[in-house]
Design a protein around this ligand. Structure first.
Ligand code: F6R
Length: 612
Protein backbone atom coordinates (compact mmCIF):
# COMPACT_ATOMS: atom_id res chain seq x y z
CA UNK A 1 0.00 0.00 0.00
CA UNK A 2 1.74 3.16 1.11
CA UNK A 3 5.47 3.35 0.58
CA UNK A 4 8.14 4.20 3.14
CA UNK A 5 11.79 5.10 2.72
CA UNK A 6 14.19 6.58 5.27
CA UNK A 7 17.91 7.39 5.28
CA UNK A 8 20.63 8.18 7.82
CA UNK A 9 24.25 8.63 6.78
CA UNK A 10 26.75 11.12 5.39
CA UNK A 11 24.96 11.88 2.09
CA UNK A 12 22.17 14.31 1.33
CA UNK A 13 19.09 12.18 1.97
CA UNK A 14 16.70 14.14 -0.25
CA UNK A 15 17.60 12.69 -3.70
CA UNK A 16 17.92 9.21 -2.16
CA UNK A 17 14.45 9.45 -0.62
CA UNK A 18 12.79 10.98 -3.69
CA UNK A 19 14.29 8.32 -5.95
CA UNK A 20 13.13 5.63 -3.50
CA UNK A 21 9.63 7.14 -3.44
CA UNK A 22 9.47 6.99 -7.23
CA UNK A 23 10.28 3.31 -7.10
CA UNK A 24 7.60 2.81 -4.43
CA UNK A 25 4.96 4.80 -6.22
CA UNK A 26 3.44 1.64 -7.66
CA UNK A 27 2.34 0.57 -4.18
CA UNK A 28 -0.06 3.42 -3.49
CA UNK A 29 0.06 6.96 -4.64
CA UNK A 30 -2.48 9.62 -3.94
CA UNK A 31 0.03 11.88 -2.19
CA UNK A 32 3.65 11.99 -1.15
CA UNK A 33 5.78 13.74 1.44
CA UNK A 34 9.24 14.01 2.93
CA UNK A 35 10.63 15.15 6.31
CA UNK A 36 14.25 16.08 6.99
CA UNK A 37 16.03 16.89 10.22
CA UNK A 38 18.52 19.73 9.97
CA UNK A 39 19.88 22.42 12.31
CA UNK A 40 17.66 21.36 15.19
CA UNK A 41 14.40 21.40 13.27
CA UNK A 42 12.24 19.17 11.16
CA UNK A 43 11.13 20.47 7.78
CA UNK A 44 8.29 18.78 5.95
CA UNK A 45 7.29 19.09 2.31
CA UNK A 46 4.22 17.19 1.14
CA UNK A 47 1.79 17.25 -1.68
CA UNK A 48 -1.31 15.51 -3.03
CA UNK A 49 -0.68 13.86 -6.37
CA UNK A 50 2.32 12.06 -7.80
CA UNK A 51 5.86 11.95 -6.48
CA UNK A 52 6.84 14.15 -9.41
CA UNK A 53 4.61 16.90 -7.97
CA UNK A 54 6.56 16.66 -4.73
CA UNK A 55 9.85 16.68 -6.62
CA UNK A 56 8.78 19.85 -8.45
CA UNK A 57 7.71 21.48 -5.20
CA UNK A 58 11.06 20.75 -3.57
CA UNK A 59 12.92 21.70 -6.75
CA UNK A 60 11.63 25.24 -6.39
CA UNK A 61 13.19 25.44 -2.92
CA UNK A 62 16.55 26.71 -4.29
CA UNK A 63 18.49 23.66 -3.19
CA UNK A 64 18.10 24.66 0.48
CA UNK A 65 16.18 21.53 1.25
CA UNK A 66 18.98 19.13 2.22
CA UNK A 67 19.95 16.99 5.24
CA UNK A 68 21.64 13.74 6.16
CA UNK A 69 18.61 12.36 8.03
CA UNK A 70 15.17 12.08 6.50
CA UNK A 71 12.19 9.98 5.52
CA UNK A 72 9.59 9.95 2.76
CA UNK A 73 6.17 8.44 2.17
CA UNK A 74 3.72 7.73 -0.63
CA UNK A 75 0.19 7.56 0.68
CA UNK A 76 -2.86 5.50 -0.22
CA UNK A 77 -5.62 7.21 1.70
CA UNK A 78 -7.48 5.37 4.45
CA UNK A 79 -8.51 8.09 6.95
CA UNK A 80 -9.08 11.45 5.33
CA UNK A 81 -9.18 12.35 1.66
CA UNK A 82 -5.97 12.58 -0.34
CA UNK A 83 -4.91 16.22 0.00
CA UNK A 84 -1.78 18.13 1.03
CA UNK A 85 -2.73 18.26 4.70
CA UNK A 86 -3.54 14.58 5.11
CA UNK A 87 -0.36 13.52 3.28
CA UNK A 88 2.42 12.16 5.51
CA UNK A 89 4.74 12.98 7.33
CA UNK A 90 2.84 14.30 10.34
CA UNK A 91 4.08 16.26 13.36
CA UNK A 92 3.47 15.86 17.05
CA UNK A 93 2.08 18.86 18.95
CA UNK A 94 5.47 20.56 19.44
CA UNK A 95 6.76 19.80 15.94
CA UNK A 96 9.77 18.06 17.47
CA UNK A 97 8.75 14.59 16.30
CA UNK A 98 7.53 13.50 12.90
CA UNK A 99 6.16 10.19 11.67
CA UNK A 100 5.18 8.34 8.52
CA UNK A 101 2.89 5.37 8.79
CA UNK A 102 1.40 2.55 6.75
CA UNK A 103 -1.60 0.74 8.20
CA UNK A 104 -4.60 1.73 10.28
CA UNK A 105 -4.85 2.78 13.92
CA UNK A 106 -8.22 1.31 14.82
CA UNK A 107 -8.67 3.04 18.20
CA UNK A 108 -7.41 6.43 17.00
CA UNK A 109 -10.74 8.11 17.71
CA UNK A 110 -10.62 7.26 21.42
CA UNK A 111 -7.01 8.43 21.68
CA UNK A 112 -7.83 11.60 19.76
CA UNK A 113 -10.72 12.42 22.08
CA UNK A 114 -8.44 12.01 25.09
CA UNK A 115 -5.71 14.17 23.55
CA UNK A 116 -8.24 16.84 22.53
CA UNK A 117 -9.38 17.00 26.15
CA UNK A 118 -5.74 17.54 27.12
CA UNK A 119 -5.48 20.52 24.77
CA UNK A 120 -4.11 19.00 21.59
CA UNK A 121 -5.23 20.33 18.24
CA UNK A 122 -5.02 18.44 14.98
CA UNK A 123 -4.64 19.74 11.47
CA UNK A 124 -5.42 16.60 9.50
CA UNK A 125 -8.17 13.98 9.44
CA UNK A 126 -5.68 11.14 9.73
CA UNK A 127 -5.17 8.46 12.33
CA UNK A 128 -1.42 8.92 11.81
CA UNK A 129 -1.35 12.44 13.21
CA UNK A 130 -3.02 11.13 16.37
CA UNK A 131 -0.25 8.57 16.74
CA UNK A 132 2.38 11.31 16.22
CA UNK A 133 0.84 13.32 19.07
CA UNK A 134 0.68 10.25 21.29
CA UNK A 135 4.39 9.58 20.70
CA UNK A 136 5.06 13.24 21.54
CA UNK A 137 3.27 12.82 24.86
CA UNK A 138 5.19 9.63 25.60
CA UNK A 139 8.45 11.40 24.83
CA UNK A 140 7.66 13.94 27.53
CA UNK A 141 7.30 11.06 29.98
CA UNK A 142 10.27 8.92 28.95
CA UNK A 143 12.83 11.28 27.42
CA UNK A 144 13.75 8.59 24.90
CA UNK A 145 12.49 8.38 21.32
CA UNK A 146 12.45 4.60 21.08
CA UNK A 147 10.80 4.28 24.51
CA UNK A 148 8.21 6.88 23.46
CA UNK A 149 7.42 4.87 20.35
CA UNK A 150 7.19 1.63 22.30
CA UNK A 151 4.92 3.15 24.96
CA UNK A 152 2.66 4.67 22.34
CA UNK A 153 2.44 1.43 20.36
CA UNK A 154 1.45 -0.41 23.53
CA UNK A 155 -1.67 1.78 23.63
CA UNK A 156 -2.83 1.39 20.08
CA UNK A 157 -4.85 -1.23 18.28
CA UNK A 158 -4.30 -1.73 14.59
CA UNK A 159 -1.50 -2.17 12.12
CA UNK A 160 1.57 -0.18 11.32
CA UNK A 161 4.79 0.13 9.44
CA UNK A 162 6.13 3.21 11.16
CA UNK A 163 9.16 5.50 10.89
CA UNK A 164 9.82 8.25 13.43
CA UNK A 165 12.33 11.13 13.47
CA UNK A 166 12.93 13.71 16.14
CA UNK A 167 14.95 16.84 16.77
CA UNK A 168 15.54 15.50 20.30
CA UNK A 169 17.63 12.63 18.93
CA UNK A 170 18.84 13.76 15.50
CA UNK A 171 21.28 10.87 15.23
CA UNK A 172 18.70 8.13 14.78
CA UNK A 173 15.62 6.76 13.09
CA UNK A 174 13.12 4.69 15.05
CA UNK A 175 11.01 2.21 13.09
CA UNK A 176 8.39 -0.36 14.06
CA UNK A 177 6.19 -2.88 12.35
CA UNK A 178 3.00 -4.78 12.94
CA UNK A 179 1.11 -6.05 9.93
CA UNK A 180 2.82 -3.77 7.44
CA UNK A 181 6.20 -4.73 5.98
CA UNK A 182 9.37 -2.89 6.90
CA UNK A 183 12.99 -3.70 6.16
CA UNK A 184 16.26 -2.16 7.24
CA UNK A 185 18.87 -1.65 4.54
CA UNK A 186 22.40 -2.01 5.85
CA UNK A 187 24.91 0.14 4.00
CA UNK A 188 28.54 1.11 4.49
CA UNK A 189 28.48 3.98 7.00
CA UNK A 190 24.86 4.65 6.12
CA UNK A 191 21.58 2.87 6.74
CA UNK A 192 18.10 2.79 5.29
CA UNK A 193 14.59 1.78 6.18
CA UNK A 194 11.95 0.95 3.58
CA UNK A 195 8.65 -0.80 3.08
CA UNK A 196 10.01 -2.59 0.02
CA UNK A 197 13.54 -3.50 -1.06
CA UNK A 198 13.03 -1.88 -4.47
CA UNK A 199 13.31 1.56 -2.80
CA UNK A 200 16.87 0.99 -1.62
CA UNK A 201 18.34 -1.70 -3.86
CA UNK A 202 20.41 0.93 -5.71
CA UNK A 203 22.29 1.54 -2.47
CA UNK A 204 22.45 -1.79 -0.67
CA UNK A 205 21.44 -5.42 -1.06
CA UNK A 206 21.94 -6.27 2.62
CA UNK A 207 18.59 -6.20 4.38
CA UNK A 208 17.03 -7.12 7.70
CA UNK A 209 13.34 -8.01 7.80
CA UNK A 210 11.55 -6.65 10.86
CA UNK A 211 9.00 -8.97 12.45
CA UNK A 212 5.60 -7.97 13.75
CA UNK A 213 5.94 -6.36 17.16
CA UNK A 214 9.57 -5.32 16.63
CA UNK A 215 10.99 -1.84 17.05
CA UNK A 216 14.33 -0.79 15.52
CA UNK A 217 16.73 2.01 16.34
CA UNK A 218 18.83 2.86 13.32
CA UNK A 219 21.94 5.05 13.36
CA UNK A 220 24.62 5.81 10.78
CA UNK A 221 26.81 3.02 12.08
CA UNK A 222 24.33 0.29 12.94
CA UNK A 223 20.99 -0.79 14.31
CA UNK A 224 19.44 -2.57 17.25
CA UNK A 225 16.06 -4.22 17.48
CA UNK A 226 13.75 -4.96 20.38
CA UNK A 227 10.20 -5.95 21.17
CA UNK A 228 7.61 -3.43 22.31
CA UNK A 229 8.41 -4.60 25.85
CA UNK A 230 12.08 -3.71 25.29
CA UNK A 231 13.47 -7.21 25.04
CA UNK A 232 16.40 -7.23 22.58
CA UNK A 233 15.91 -9.37 19.46
CA UNK A 234 18.52 -10.96 17.20
CA UNK A 235 18.42 -10.35 13.47
CA UNK A 236 20.04 -11.99 10.48
CA UNK A 237 21.24 -9.84 7.59
CA UNK A 238 19.97 -11.26 4.31
CA UNK A 239 20.80 -10.53 0.69
CA UNK A 240 18.25 -9.26 -1.84
CA UNK A 241 18.83 -11.10 -5.09
CA UNK A 242 16.81 -9.28 -7.75
CA UNK A 243 18.49 -6.88 -10.17
CA UNK A 244 17.78 -3.19 -10.68
CA UNK A 245 16.87 -3.91 -14.32
CA UNK A 246 13.99 -6.05 -13.07
CA UNK A 247 12.30 -3.03 -11.54
CA UNK A 248 12.81 -0.80 -14.59
CA UNK A 249 10.68 -0.61 -17.74
CA UNK A 250 13.38 -1.80 -20.12
CA UNK A 251 12.08 -0.09 -23.25
CA UNK A 252 8.40 -1.00 -22.80
CA UNK A 253 5.77 1.73 -22.58
CA UNK A 254 4.43 0.29 -19.34
CA UNK A 255 5.51 -2.15 -16.64
CA UNK A 256 2.35 -4.13 -17.32
CA UNK A 257 3.31 -4.70 -20.96
CA UNK A 258 6.84 -5.65 -19.95
CA UNK A 259 5.50 -8.07 -17.38
CA UNK A 260 3.06 -9.64 -19.85
CA UNK A 261 5.96 -10.19 -22.25
CA UNK A 262 8.18 -11.62 -19.52
CA UNK A 263 5.84 -14.58 -19.06
CA UNK A 264 7.67 -17.17 -21.18
CA UNK A 265 10.68 -16.54 -18.96
CA UNK A 266 8.83 -16.28 -15.64
CA UNK A 267 6.87 -19.48 -16.28
CA UNK A 268 10.16 -21.18 -17.11
CA UNK A 269 11.66 -19.80 -13.89
CA UNK A 270 8.78 -21.21 -11.85
CA UNK A 271 9.64 -24.68 -13.20
CA UNK A 272 13.44 -24.41 -13.26
CA UNK A 273 15.16 -27.08 -11.16
CA UNK A 274 11.77 -28.42 -10.09
CA UNK A 275 10.18 -30.13 -13.08
CA UNK A 276 11.89 -33.43 -13.91
CA UNK A 277 10.58 -34.16 -17.38
CA UNK A 278 12.21 -37.56 -17.86
CA UNK A 279 11.11 -38.81 -14.43
CA UNK A 280 7.64 -37.38 -15.01
CA UNK A 281 7.87 -35.89 -11.56
CA UNK A 282 8.44 -32.70 -9.58
CA UNK A 283 10.73 -31.79 -6.71
CA UNK A 284 9.78 -28.89 -4.46
CA UNK A 285 12.31 -28.38 -1.67
CA UNK A 286 10.01 -26.11 0.35
CA UNK A 287 7.39 -28.87 0.61
CA UNK A 288 9.56 -31.98 1.09
CA UNK A 289 9.26 -31.85 4.90
CA UNK A 290 5.46 -31.74 4.74
CA UNK A 291 4.94 -34.34 2.01
CA UNK A 292 3.32 -36.81 4.41
CA UNK A 293 0.87 -34.17 5.56
CA UNK A 294 0.09 -33.21 1.98
CA UNK A 295 -0.38 -36.73 0.69
CA UNK A 296 -2.58 -37.67 3.64
CA UNK A 297 -4.40 -34.36 3.83
CA UNK A 298 -8.08 -34.69 4.69
CA UNK A 299 -8.56 -31.77 2.36
CA UNK A 300 -6.67 -28.83 0.96
CA UNK A 301 -7.99 -25.33 1.47
CA UNK A 302 -6.69 -22.53 -0.73
CA UNK A 303 -7.18 -18.97 0.45
CA UNK A 304 -6.15 -15.77 -1.30
CA UNK A 305 -7.51 -12.48 -2.59
CA UNK A 306 -8.16 -11.03 -6.04
CA UNK A 307 -6.08 -12.45 -8.86
CA UNK A 308 -4.38 -14.89 -6.50
CA UNK A 309 -7.82 -16.22 -5.54
CA UNK A 310 -8.53 -16.80 -9.23
CA UNK A 311 -5.31 -18.82 -9.42
CA UNK A 312 -6.58 -20.80 -6.44
CA UNK A 313 -9.82 -21.61 -8.29
CA UNK A 314 -7.82 -23.12 -11.13
CA UNK A 315 -5.72 -24.97 -8.53
CA UNK A 316 -8.88 -26.56 -7.17
CA UNK A 317 -9.58 -28.15 -10.57
CA UNK A 318 -6.01 -29.38 -10.86
CA UNK A 319 -5.73 -30.79 -7.34
CA UNK A 320 -9.11 -32.52 -7.34
CA UNK A 321 -9.05 -33.86 -10.89
CA UNK A 322 -5.40 -34.87 -11.19
CA UNK A 323 -4.15 -35.41 -7.62
CA UNK A 324 -7.58 -36.52 -6.34
CA UNK A 325 -7.40 -34.45 -3.16
CA UNK A 326 -10.61 -32.73 -2.00
CA UNK A 327 -9.92 -29.02 -2.33
CA UNK A 328 -11.81 -25.89 -1.34
CA UNK A 329 -11.05 -22.31 -2.27
CA UNK A 330 -12.12 -19.34 -0.19
CA UNK A 331 -11.53 -15.61 -0.13
CA UNK A 332 -9.06 -14.97 2.68
CA UNK A 333 -11.17 -12.04 3.88
CA UNK A 334 -14.15 -14.35 4.40
CA UNK A 335 -12.19 -17.28 5.76
CA UNK A 336 -10.63 -15.28 8.57
CA UNK A 337 -13.93 -14.11 10.04
CA UNK A 338 -16.15 -17.16 9.81
CA UNK A 339 -14.45 -19.13 12.56
CA UNK A 340 -13.60 -21.91 10.08
CA UNK A 341 -13.54 -25.52 11.17
CA UNK A 342 -9.94 -26.40 10.38
CA UNK A 343 -7.34 -28.29 12.28
CA UNK A 344 -4.76 -31.02 12.09
CA UNK A 345 -5.19 -32.98 8.90
CA UNK A 346 -6.04 -29.87 6.90
CA UNK A 347 -3.50 -28.23 4.67
CA UNK A 348 -3.91 -24.59 3.73
CA UNK A 349 -2.24 -23.00 0.73
CA UNK A 350 -2.00 -19.22 0.93
CA UNK A 351 -1.45 -17.71 -2.50
CA UNK A 352 -0.08 -14.18 -2.60
CA UNK A 353 2.09 -12.23 -5.00
CA UNK A 354 3.17 -9.70 -2.40
CA UNK A 355 3.14 -12.04 0.57
CA UNK A 356 1.84 -9.10 2.61
CA UNK A 357 -1.90 -9.02 1.92
CA UNK A 358 -3.49 -8.37 5.32
CA UNK A 359 -6.47 -10.69 4.85
CA UNK A 360 -4.37 -13.56 3.54
CA UNK A 361 -1.89 -13.20 6.37
CA UNK A 362 -4.74 -13.17 8.89
CA UNK A 363 -6.19 -16.34 7.32
CA UNK A 364 -2.77 -17.97 7.67
CA UNK A 365 -2.60 -17.09 11.36
CA UNK A 366 -6.18 -18.23 11.99
CA UNK A 367 -5.54 -21.65 10.43
CA UNK A 368 -2.11 -22.07 11.95
CA UNK A 369 -3.51 -21.24 15.37
CA UNK A 370 -6.02 -24.06 14.90
CA UNK A 371 -3.36 -26.62 14.07
CA UNK A 372 -3.59 -26.76 10.26
CA UNK A 373 -0.46 -26.95 8.14
CA UNK A 374 -0.05 -23.61 6.34
CA UNK A 375 1.94 -23.36 3.12
CA UNK A 376 2.70 -20.28 1.05
CA UNK A 377 2.70 -19.85 -2.72
CA UNK A 378 4.36 -16.47 -2.75
CA UNK A 379 6.32 -14.23 -5.10
CA UNK A 380 8.09 -11.74 -2.85
CA UNK A 381 10.99 -13.47 -1.14
CA UNK A 382 11.17 -12.87 2.61
CA UNK A 383 7.62 -11.49 2.80
CA UNK A 384 5.44 -12.06 5.85
CA UNK A 385 3.41 -14.94 4.42
CA UNK A 386 6.58 -16.66 3.25
CA UNK A 387 8.15 -16.31 6.67
CA UNK A 388 5.15 -17.33 8.73
CA UNK A 389 4.25 -20.38 6.66
CA UNK A 390 5.24 -23.92 7.64
CA UNK A 391 6.69 -24.32 4.16
CA UNK A 392 5.89 -23.35 0.62
CA UNK A 393 6.97 -22.57 -2.87
CA UNK A 394 8.24 -19.28 -4.28
CA UNK A 395 6.82 -18.58 -7.73
CA UNK A 396 9.98 -16.70 -8.83
CA UNK A 397 8.18 -14.25 -11.13
CA UNK A 398 10.55 -11.44 -10.13
CA UNK A 399 9.34 -8.01 -8.97
CA UNK A 400 5.86 -7.23 -10.33
CA UNK A 401 5.49 -3.47 -10.54
CA UNK A 402 2.33 -3.03 -12.64
CA UNK A 403 -0.57 -2.85 -10.21
CA UNK A 404 -2.63 -5.26 -12.30
CA UNK A 405 -1.14 -8.67 -11.69
CA UNK A 406 -0.13 -10.60 -14.82
CA UNK A 407 3.07 -12.61 -14.63
CA UNK A 408 2.52 -13.49 -10.98
CA UNK A 409 -0.81 -15.11 -11.96
CA UNK A 410 0.67 -17.41 -14.60
CA UNK A 411 3.54 -18.28 -12.28
CA UNK A 412 1.07 -19.12 -9.50
CA UNK A 413 -0.78 -21.40 -11.94
CA UNK A 414 2.49 -23.03 -12.96
CA UNK A 415 3.43 -23.70 -9.35
CA UNK A 416 -0.04 -25.11 -8.67
CA UNK A 417 0.44 -27.43 -11.65
CA UNK A 418 3.81 -28.53 -10.26
CA UNK A 419 2.34 -29.19 -6.81
CA UNK A 420 -0.48 -31.15 -8.42
CA UNK A 421 1.85 -33.32 -10.47
CA UNK A 422 4.09 -33.97 -7.47
CA UNK A 423 1.13 -35.03 -5.31
CA UNK A 424 -0.44 -37.10 -8.07
CA UNK A 425 2.80 -39.05 -8.47
CA UNK A 426 3.13 -39.47 -4.70
CA UNK A 427 -0.42 -40.82 -4.62
CA UNK A 428 0.19 -43.41 -7.30
CA UNK A 429 0.10 -41.80 -10.74
CA UNK A 430 2.26 -43.85 -13.09
CA UNK A 431 5.57 -42.57 -14.33
CA UNK A 432 4.28 -42.71 -17.92
CA UNK A 433 1.26 -40.54 -17.08
CA UNK A 434 3.52 -38.20 -15.13
CA UNK A 435 5.79 -37.87 -18.14
CA UNK A 436 2.89 -36.84 -20.36
CA UNK A 437 1.99 -34.01 -17.98
CA UNK A 438 5.61 -33.01 -17.36
CA UNK A 439 6.36 -32.82 -21.09
CA UNK A 440 3.31 -30.68 -21.63
CA UNK A 441 4.26 -28.33 -18.80
CA UNK A 442 7.71 -28.04 -20.34
CA UNK A 443 6.18 -26.73 -23.61
CA UNK A 444 4.20 -23.93 -21.97
CA UNK A 445 6.86 -21.19 -22.08
CA UNK A 446 7.28 -21.57 -25.84
CA UNK A 447 3.51 -21.66 -26.35
CA UNK A 448 3.13 -18.43 -24.37
CA UNK A 449 5.92 -16.90 -26.48
CA UNK A 450 3.96 -17.86 -29.60
CA UNK A 451 0.85 -16.02 -28.35
CA UNK A 452 2.93 -12.94 -27.64
CA UNK A 453 4.68 -12.93 -31.03
CA UNK A 454 1.82 -11.26 -32.85
CA UNK A 455 -0.57 -8.99 -31.01
CA UNK A 456 -2.14 -7.28 -34.03
CA UNK A 457 -5.53 -8.99 -33.71
CA UNK A 458 -5.82 -8.07 -30.03
CA UNK A 459 -4.91 -4.47 -30.80
CA UNK A 460 -7.58 -4.35 -33.51
CA UNK A 461 -10.09 -5.67 -30.98
CA UNK A 462 -9.05 -3.00 -28.49
CA UNK A 463 -9.74 -0.28 -31.07
CA UNK A 464 -13.11 -1.84 -31.86
CA UNK A 465 -14.26 -2.00 -28.24
CA UNK A 466 -12.50 0.93 -26.60
CA UNK A 467 -15.73 2.86 -26.02
CA UNK A 468 -17.80 -0.09 -24.84
CA UNK A 469 -19.46 0.35 -21.46
CA UNK A 470 -19.88 -3.29 -20.41
CA UNK A 471 -18.21 -6.61 -21.11
CA UNK A 472 -19.19 -10.15 -20.22
CA UNK A 473 -16.53 -12.88 -19.91
CA UNK A 474 -17.57 -16.53 -20.01
CA UNK A 475 -15.71 -19.76 -19.42
CA UNK A 476 -16.39 -23.23 -18.08
CA UNK A 477 -14.47 -25.62 -15.85
CA UNK A 478 -10.96 -24.39 -15.17
CA UNK A 479 -11.55 -21.58 -17.66
CA UNK A 480 -14.28 -20.04 -15.53
CA UNK A 481 -11.55 -18.50 -13.31
CA UNK A 482 -9.92 -17.26 -16.53
CA UNK A 483 -13.16 -15.43 -17.33
CA UNK A 484 -13.12 -13.91 -13.84
CA UNK A 485 -9.50 -12.87 -14.20
CA UNK A 486 -10.00 -11.44 -17.70
CA UNK A 487 -12.91 -9.34 -16.42
CA UNK A 488 -10.93 -8.18 -13.40
CA UNK A 489 -8.00 -7.07 -15.58
CA UNK A 490 -10.32 -5.01 -17.79
CA UNK A 491 -12.08 -3.37 -14.83
CA UNK A 492 -8.86 -2.51 -13.07
CA UNK A 493 -7.04 -0.65 -15.77
CA UNK A 494 -9.66 0.54 -18.28
CA UNK A 495 -12.50 1.23 -15.78
CA UNK A 496 -14.95 -0.56 -18.07
CA UNK A 497 -17.51 -2.61 -16.22
CA UNK A 498 -16.90 -6.30 -16.83
CA UNK A 499 -18.21 -9.47 -15.27
CA UNK A 500 -16.90 -13.01 -15.40
CA UNK A 501 -19.41 -15.86 -15.33
CA UNK A 502 -19.46 -19.61 -15.70
CA UNK A 503 -20.79 -19.85 -19.26
CA UNK A 504 -23.79 -21.98 -18.30
CA UNK A 505 -24.84 -19.57 -15.56
CA UNK A 506 -25.41 -16.83 -18.10
CA UNK A 507 -28.95 -17.94 -18.76
CA UNK A 508 -29.78 -17.60 -15.07
CA UNK A 509 -29.56 -13.83 -15.14
CA UNK A 510 -26.80 -12.05 -17.05
CA UNK A 511 -28.39 -13.00 -20.36
CA UNK A 512 -30.75 -10.08 -19.73
CA UNK A 513 -27.83 -7.75 -20.45
CA UNK A 514 -27.16 -9.07 -23.90
CA UNK A 515 -27.98 -6.96 -26.93
CA UNK A 516 -26.19 -5.94 -30.10
CA UNK A 517 -23.81 -3.67 -28.13
CA UNK A 518 -22.63 -6.28 -25.66
CA UNK A 519 -19.26 -7.92 -26.30
CA UNK A 520 -19.08 -11.38 -24.78
CA UNK A 521 -15.60 -12.83 -24.48
CA UNK A 522 -15.82 -16.61 -24.42
CA UNK A 523 -12.91 -18.86 -23.51
CA UNK A 524 -13.59 -21.93 -25.59
CA UNK A 525 -10.69 -24.37 -25.93
CA UNK A 526 -11.22 -27.73 -27.67
CA UNK A 527 -11.69 -29.70 -24.47
CA UNK A 528 -14.28 -32.11 -23.13
CA UNK A 529 -16.91 -29.37 -22.69
CA UNK A 530 -16.32 -27.58 -25.99
CA UNK A 531 -19.79 -28.41 -27.31
CA UNK A 532 -21.42 -27.14 -24.13
CA UNK A 533 -19.64 -23.80 -24.44
CA UNK A 534 -20.60 -23.64 -28.10
CA UNK A 535 -24.25 -23.94 -27.00
CA UNK A 536 -23.72 -20.98 -24.68
CA UNK A 537 -22.20 -19.03 -27.59
CA UNK A 538 -25.31 -19.76 -29.66
CA UNK A 539 -27.49 -18.41 -26.85
CA UNK A 540 -25.57 -15.14 -27.00
CA UNK A 541 -25.73 -14.99 -30.80
CA UNK A 542 -29.48 -15.57 -30.74
CA UNK A 543 -29.69 -12.28 -28.82
CA UNK A 544 -27.29 -10.53 -31.21
CA UNK A 545 -24.45 -10.30 -28.67
CA UNK A 546 -20.97 -9.87 -30.14
CA UNK A 547 -18.79 -12.91 -29.60
CA UNK A 548 -15.04 -12.66 -29.05
CA UNK A 549 -13.71 -16.20 -28.81
CA UNK A 550 -10.42 -17.31 -27.30
CA UNK A 551 -10.03 -20.58 -29.17
CA UNK A 552 -7.39 -23.08 -30.17
CA UNK A 553 -5.25 -22.58 -33.27
CA UNK A 554 -6.68 -25.65 -34.96
CA UNK A 555 -10.35 -24.93 -34.25
CA UNK A 556 -11.86 -24.45 -37.70
CA UNK A 557 -15.44 -24.43 -36.52
CA UNK A 558 -15.27 -21.37 -34.33
CA UNK A 559 -14.97 -18.77 -37.14
CA UNK A 560 -18.56 -19.29 -38.19
CA UNK A 561 -19.78 -18.65 -34.64
CA UNK A 562 -17.63 -15.76 -33.44
CA UNK A 563 -17.27 -12.23 -34.75
CA UNK A 564 -13.65 -12.17 -33.53
CA UNK A 565 -11.32 -15.06 -32.76
CA UNK A 566 -8.08 -14.90 -30.80
CA UNK A 567 -5.98 -18.02 -31.28
CA UNK A 568 -4.00 -19.86 -28.61
CA UNK A 569 -2.07 -23.14 -28.87
CA UNK A 570 -3.59 -26.30 -27.53
CA UNK A 571 -2.46 -27.78 -24.25
CA UNK A 572 -3.59 -30.32 -21.68
CA UNK A 573 -6.97 -29.19 -20.29
CA UNK A 574 -6.03 -28.03 -16.80
CA UNK A 575 -2.96 -26.17 -18.03
CA UNK A 576 -5.13 -24.23 -20.52
CA UNK A 577 -5.69 -21.24 -18.20
CA UNK A 578 -1.93 -20.49 -18.32
CA UNK A 579 -2.26 -19.84 -22.06
CA UNK A 580 -5.84 -18.58 -22.30
CA UNK A 581 -5.34 -15.68 -19.93
CA UNK A 582 -2.52 -14.16 -22.00
CA UNK A 583 -4.71 -12.64 -24.77
CA UNK A 584 -7.12 -11.35 -22.13
CA UNK A 585 -4.27 -9.57 -20.33
CA UNK A 586 -3.27 -8.05 -23.67
CA UNK A 587 -6.86 -7.07 -24.49
CA UNK A 588 -7.29 -5.17 -21.24
CA UNK A 589 -3.87 -3.55 -21.67
CA UNK A 590 -4.53 -2.30 -25.19
CA UNK A 591 -8.07 -1.12 -24.37
CA UNK A 592 -6.65 0.86 -21.44
CA UNK A 593 -3.99 2.36 -23.72
CA UNK A 594 -6.68 3.31 -26.26
CA UNK A 595 -8.66 5.00 -23.50
CA UNK A 596 -5.59 6.79 -22.16
CA UNK A 597 -5.88 5.56 -18.59
CA UNK A 598 -2.92 5.18 -16.25
CA UNK A 599 -2.13 1.53 -16.94
CA UNK A 600 0.51 0.91 -14.30
CA UNK A 601 -1.09 2.97 -11.57
CA UNK A 602 -4.85 2.70 -11.97
CA UNK A 603 -6.98 4.95 -9.81
CA UNK A 604 -7.83 3.82 -6.28
CA UNK A 605 -5.73 0.66 -6.45
CA UNK A 606 -2.59 -0.30 -4.59
CA UNK A 607 -0.17 -3.09 -5.33
CA UNK A 608 0.02 -4.59 -1.91
CA UNK A 609 -3.11 -4.42 0.23
CA UNK A 610 -1.81 -4.35 3.78
CA UNK A 611 -5.03 -3.05 5.34
CA UNK A 612 -8.24 -4.98 5.87
C1 F6R B 1 -5.34 -7.76 -9.40
C2 F6R B 1 -4.51 -7.75 -8.22
C3 F6R B 1 -5.14 -7.97 -6.90
C4 F6R B 1 -4.27 -8.91 -6.06
C5 F6R B 1 -4.83 -9.02 -4.64
C6 F6R B 1 -4.01 -10.01 -3.82
O1 F6R B 1 -4.62 -7.46 -10.55
O2 F6R B 1 -3.33 -7.57 -8.30
O3 F6R B 1 -6.43 -8.47 -7.02
O4 F6R B 1 -4.22 -10.15 -6.68
O5 F6R B 1 -4.81 -7.78 -4.02
O6 F6R B 1 -2.68 -9.61 -3.74
P1 F6R B 1 -1.54 -10.61 -3.37
O7 F6R B 1 -1.44 -11.61 -4.45
O8 F6R B 1 -0.30 -9.76 -3.27
O9 F6R B 1 -1.90 -11.24 -2.07
Amino acid sequence: MCGIVGYIGPRNCVPIILEGLKRLEYRGYDSAGIAIVNNGRITIEKRAGKVIDLVNKIGSNNGKFAATLGMGHTRWATHGEPNDVNAHPHFDLDKEISIIHNGIIENYQAIKTKLLREGHTFVSATDTEVLAHLIGEMYKKTGSLSAAVRYALAEIEGTYGLVVLSTHEPDKIVAARKGSPLILGIGDGENFVASDASAIIEHTRQVVYLEDGEVAEITTSGFRTMTIDDVATQKVIQEVTFELSQIERGGYDHFMLKEIHEQPETIRNAMRGRLMVEEGDVKLGGLSHVMDKLVNARRIIITACGTSWHAGLVGEYMLEQIAKIPTEVEYASEFRYRNPIVGEGDVLFLISQSGETADTLAALREAKGKGATVLGIVNVVGSSIARESDGGVYVHAGPEIGVASTKAFTSQLTVLALITLMLARAKGMSKADGQVLARELDTLPSKVARILEDTTSVRALAREFKNTKNFLYLGRGSNFPVALEGALKLKEISYIHAEGYPAAEMKHGPIALIDENMPVVVVVPRDGIYDKVVSNIQEVRARRGRIVAVANEDDNDIDSMAEFVIRVPRTYGFFGPILNIIPLQLLSYYIAVERGTNVDQPRNLAKSVTVE
